[in-house]
Write a protein that binds this ligand. Sequence first.
Ligand SMILES: [Zn+2]
Length: 256
Amino acid sequence: MSWLNWLTPRPKTVKTKAVMQESQLFVADVAVRVIRKPIKHLHLRLVPPDASVQVSAPLNLSDERIRLTVLERLTWIKARQAVLATRAVPAVKQYVTGEMHYYCARAYRLEVIEGKGKQRVVLNGDVLQMTVADASSLEKRAALMDAFYRATLKAMMPDLLAKWQPIMGVKVNDWGIKAMKTRWGTCNTRDKRIWMSLMLAKTPVECIEYVLVHELVHLLERNHTPRFHALMTQFLPHWPALKQQLNQSARSELML
Ligand SMILES: [Zn+2]
């Protein structure tokens, strides 16, 4: 899968699930991500790291009602966004306490503990705790984070393979997790070996599943032909929404 896909325009409304609809609207010049689902009340929240606006709304609530709610809080929203915009986003992660890191499509605050404990990253409630030796290098810290992401994906893969291989009637000989800059996954059809990108640990679980199914379909159809897409639709009917979700997350700071 090529990252060039990100350049394709997004359709206005995406159905991620039958009961969950995602769309985007603008109030003044503020983009609002709207997720309609079976809930009773509207919730508005600002999502880190850039305080982008996300509204969860009951399924039948009109765009107009959502617009009004956002409008009522526009001054507060703009003030929050202005504060965050002045904070320079480092081009490269520094792995220091307070920095935000993505994990399974959520931003978590990093807490760095320098000391004698086992060097590792663990998820503790809303915090990613990294234990490092005193004054450890940036490379070492980055490697610890990668190890955490890798372990997450490694733990997920057996279940996902056990679920999908029988459904699809395929079987891989080998699989692995790899730091890849330009692909979400690859499939060596001759050796029946798939690689999943380390970056997937930052994305929603459904997207990881989508990439896996995509790579497994390659065992049935080598190229991205109409048959390939028909097979995708057969196994994972809402794959276009998942693909879009993945590309959207790749465009965000999530992938920094
Ligand atoms: Zn492919």
